[in-house]
Design a protein around this ligand. Structure first.
Ligand SMILES: Cc1cc2nc3c(=O)[nH]c(=O)nc-3n(C[C@H](O)[C@H](O)[C@H](O)COP(=O)(O)OP(=O)(O)OC[C@H]3O[C@@H](n4cnc5c(N)ncnc54)[C@H](O)[C@@H]3O)c2cc1C
Ligand SMILES: *[C@@H]1O[C@H](CO)[C@@H](O)[C@H](O)[C@H]1NC(C)=O
Ligand SMILES: *[C@@H]1O[C@H](CO)[C@@H](O)[C@H](O)[C@H]1NC(C)=O
Ligand SMILES: *[C@@H]1O[C@H](CO)[C@@H](O)[C@H](O)[C@H]1NC(C)=O
Length: 336
């Protein structure tokens, strides 16, 4: 029987955990070890909107494959009676940008009903929002807020026999040497920086404000560099947001707060009437590119790295988990 340890109980760790446990069933023992769990992971701060963003130089080909994996997974889930519990919503989105050629929707085939705005429609949007957008597009896609999706995945993992343990792992070397795991899957997010240095790991700080605004049913995203966004979830609406590279400050900043509120008000004046629920800051696990690869250890074990998903960890989680399972199956055939 394979003994698999997954380090990191965020959205990437639990996607791998469910994917792997449901594949092997009782042919593998699967344990998730993490020092934080929902509601205290990075994903819990995010609105979980599907959409690739801030993933460094990760190839468009990989991003499309991985993000389509998540889109398909959410589509399937959305069609079940678990959709509400898992926080999966199908929502209309508008993305616009003030940058010339700023929209690069290489993922347009993944979402539903993608189309670009005509010049006339861009003009109208500019008038509504008092902006200077150069282009805009519309489509329908999913949100899957990790604050609901993570408890759902955790339950699904445990009910198929998966084990969840809360502790901090001090080093990979310790695990490789002392644990019974044949395979260790590294889903530590920004935590990967702390172990023996991975120089390209860095925080991309994001501050958001959650409000109650139950009349909001569509996503508005200003994709310009300093742009704001409004993303409805099941019970609350997320107003964003910042993306400050190499900023590790997890305390909400008053200046950022002003930018978020004023910017979102410009996108949707009525949003000021929403009751504020919570202000939050999260550190996205930035990297030059997503790291998804297998590494054999000196004592014959396997390590699979799956971290550095930047601003798209939710978007890429399931597609990456599919590849992690593939790597695992391809490299452990002789052991089964
Ligand atoms: C404001 C904001 C908005 C966002 N919006 C979106 C969005 O709309 N759509 C989207 O796709 N993405 C979004 N993201 C990005 C997304 O949240 C992240 O990419 C994703 O959560 C990363 O998941 P992860 O599982 O890799 O890492 P994490 O969620 O950080 O999980 C890592 C886990 O590993 C554990 N860990 C780390 N080191 C150790 C150790 N040594 N021992 C034990 N455990 C350890 C941690 O405790 C943690 O539980 C947003 C992020 C922010 C901050
Ligand atoms: C989340 O963090 C809070 C505050 O530190 C803590 O009280 C709570 O137990 C944590 N939850 C989990 C599931 O670890
Ligand atoms: C995760 O990857 C980082 C970067 O390579 C490495 O330093 C760390 O030891 C790994 N951790 C685990 C638990 O595999
Ligand atoms: C696993 O093996 C199959 C068949 O050889 C191959 O098509 C696939 O690309 C491999 N997957 C990975 C992630 O290595």
């Amino acid at each position: 029987m394979l003994n698999i340890g997954i380090i990191g109980g965020g959205i990437c760790g639990f996607s791998c955990a469910v994917k792997i446990k449901e594949h092997y069933r009782d042919k593998a023992k699967v344990t998730v070890i993490s020092d934080q769990f929902t509601p205290n992971t990075t994903g819990d701060i995010s609105a979980g909107l599907w959409g690739p963003i801030y993933c460094g130089d990760t190839s468009e080909r990989d991003i499309v494959r991985w993000s389509k994996g998540m889109h398909d997974f959410l589509h399937e889930l959305w069609l079940t009676d678990k959709a509400g519990e898992a926080g999966v919503c199908l929502v209309p989105c508008i993305r616009a940008t003030t940058d010339l050629n700023g929209l690069k929707p290489y993922w347009d085939d993944v979402v539903f009903g993608f189309s670009k705005f005509t010049q006339q429609e861009v003009d109208r949007l500019n008038k509504e929002q008092n902006k200077d957008y150069k282009e805009a597009c519309r489509f329908v896609t999913f949100t899957s807020e990790p604050m609901k999706l993570l408890p759902y995945l955790t339950k699904r993992f445990e009910s198929s026999g998966g084990i969840v343990t809360q502790r901090k792992v001090s080093s990979l070397a310790e695990l490789v040497k002392d644990s019974q795991f044949d395979v260790i899957i590294n889903c530590t997010g920004l935590g990967a920086k702390e172990f023996v240095p991975d120089d390209s790991m860095h925080a991309i700080r994001g501050q958001v404000i959650r409000v109650a605004a139950p009349w909001v049913y569509c996503v508005l995203l200003d994709d310009s560099d300093d742009g704001n966004y409004i993303i409805p979830n099941v019970d609350t609406v997320v107003l964003g947001g910042t993306h400050q590279v190499n900023d590790y400050n997890t305390t909400p900043d008053a200046g950022d707060r002003k930018l978020i509120l004023n910017g979102c008000r410009q996108l949707m004046p009525g949003i000021v009437c929403g009751r504020e629920i919570r202000e939050m800051v999260g550190l996205r696990p930035g990297r030059s590119s997503v790291r998804l690869e297998i590494e054999p250890t000196a004592n014959g074990k396997l390590v699979i790295h799956n971290y550095g998903h930047g601003g798209s960890g939710v978007t890429l989680a399931w597609g990456c988990a599919v590849d992690v399972l593939d790597l695992l199956v391809n490299n452990t055939k002789s052991k089964l």
